[in-house]
Design a protein around this ligand. Structure first.
Ligand code: CTP
Ligand code: CA
Length: 225
């Protein structure tokens, strides 16, 4: 069944997204993070509501207002993001991992502000964070699971590797080395891959791209259900 032409292809479906960066605390006043703005995830959340879905948005710290009709859960660290996702994942039909999750977090969070010492170097030990989307895709009753991949080279190779390694149903890859797309940009272009197909979504404002990607997700979802 194709959903092309259906104005509400996500009607009756529960959809959860992660968005934004995570913050990994070093001490009470410092953290490790990244430049993710959350714009793509928030655009997807807004578009998913417009396409009829019931939407839960688990967001790291971002400077964006909550799209109308979206249930938003704010978190800081990757561990908190995973806990919020797992709390409600059993009810979801579709999960989209848009967040730029920190791959590592400081092994210990200092109880007090770390003081500058006489040494010219400081070594901080990091431990790997849980992989949130891989954890969702490993569930027995997993939702249709979509990942993102921001790459600077060999887009298809890295994206397809993540698709199979994390057991995803679909991955949306963008080349963040190209000007005017990705991280803090208002526009984006995506190469979307699934196990037996692919589609290019050309450069467009993030809200427009969000509609195209969600229509494709609905199409693939109904193809597999
Ligand atoms: N992701 C996640 N939890 C993590 C790391 C990544 O859920 N701890 C998700 C992202 O939200 C994204 C996908 O996994 O949907 C791919 O993220 P990416 O950083 O590209 O993949 P990694 O496996 O971390 O590989 P690398 O950073 O080495 O490219
Ligand atoms: Ca990563």
């Amino acid at each position: 069944t194709s959903v092309v032409g259906n104005l509400k292809p996500l009607a009756g479906l529960k959809l959860m997204l992660t968005a934004g960066p995570t913050r990994e605390a070093l001490d009470p006043v410092r953290f490790l993070s990244n430049h993710s703005s959350g714009k793509m995830g928030f655009a997807l959340a807004e578009a998913a509501v417009q396409l009829g879905a019931s939407v839960t948005l688990v967001s790291g710290p971002v400077a964006l207002s909550t799209p109308s009709g979206v249930k938003r859960i704010d978190v800081e660290s990757a561990t908190q993001m995973q806990a919020a996702v797992m709390e409600d994942i059993d009810e979801q039909h579709i999960f989209i991992a848009c967040a730029a999750v920190a791959d590592y977090a400081p092994k210990v969070i200092a109880e007090h502000k770390i003081k500058k010492t006489s040494s010219d170097t400081l070594i901080i030990e990091l431990v790997k964070n849980p992989d949130i989307v891989a954890g969702v895709a490993a569930l027995e009753n997993k939702p249709f699971t979509v990942g993102f991949a921001a790459e600077t080279q060999d887009l298809e190779i890295y994206a397809r590797d993540k698709l199979s390694r994390k057991n995803l149903d679909m991955i949306a890859a963008n080349n963040v080395a190209l000007a005017g797309q990705g991280f803090n940009s208002d526009n984006n272009a995506l190469s979307v891959f699934w196990p037996n197909g692919q589609q290019a979504l050309t450069l467009a404002p993030k809200h427009e791209l969000a509609h195209h990607l969600l229509t494709l997700i609905a199409d693939r979802y109904y193809d597999s259900h």
